[in-house]
Design a protein around this ligand. Structure first.
Ligand code: CMP
Length: 139
């Protein structure tokens, strides 16, 4: 099935000017970038996006980081896009990420880990709707 997933290129990657290098890995994996915009999230947007993590010890740090610099929000489309992008990203902790994955190549730490990708169809739908209007997605 052709799916859509939500992706973020995080501040550690925009700061290092490697958004194109991340996109090259995404496209080489066969995922299509069908929406993309560079934005600076407000605190409210970050807190809402990550609300499921509100009780976690790293929630404050996570929201600080995600509002510290611009991010690139994307919708990726392709066969099994949700699971495929999680493979392409690699493990949350770059020390555990497989060779060739975005996080193995670029991530600095568990927090500064270069990219986000939706973890399920329900999350993908929610995360896309929070960040894009239908007319901004052109498949
Ligand atoms: P993401 O997929 O964007 O969604 C939740 C984020 O929490 C995750 O990526 C990590 O970057 C972040 N995260 C997970 N564990 C930690 C941690 N121990 N310290 C800081 N951030 C974390």
């Amino acid at each position: 099935t052709i799916e859509r997933t939500f992706s973020i290129i995080k501040p550690d990657a925009t700061n290092r000017n490697i958004t194109g290098a991340v996109n090259a890995v995404i496209e080489k994996a066969g995922l299509r970038i069908v929406a993309q915009k560079r934005v600076l999230w407000s605190r409210e947007q970050a807190e809402k996006f990550y609300e499921e993590h509100a009780q976690r010890s790293f929630y404050g740090e996570l929201c600080d980081f995600m509002t510290s610099a611009p991010i690139v929000c994307q919708v990726l489309e392709g066969e099994n896009a949700i699971a495929k992008y999680r493979e392409v990203m690699g493990a949350t902790d770059p020390a555990e990420a497989a060779e060739g994955t975005i996080r193995k190549l670029f991530a600095l730490s568990k927090g500064e880990n270069s990219v986000h990708g939706s973890d399920s169809p329900t999350s993908a739908q929610r995360e896309i709707a929070l960040n894009f209007s239908d007319s901004e997605i052109v498949g």
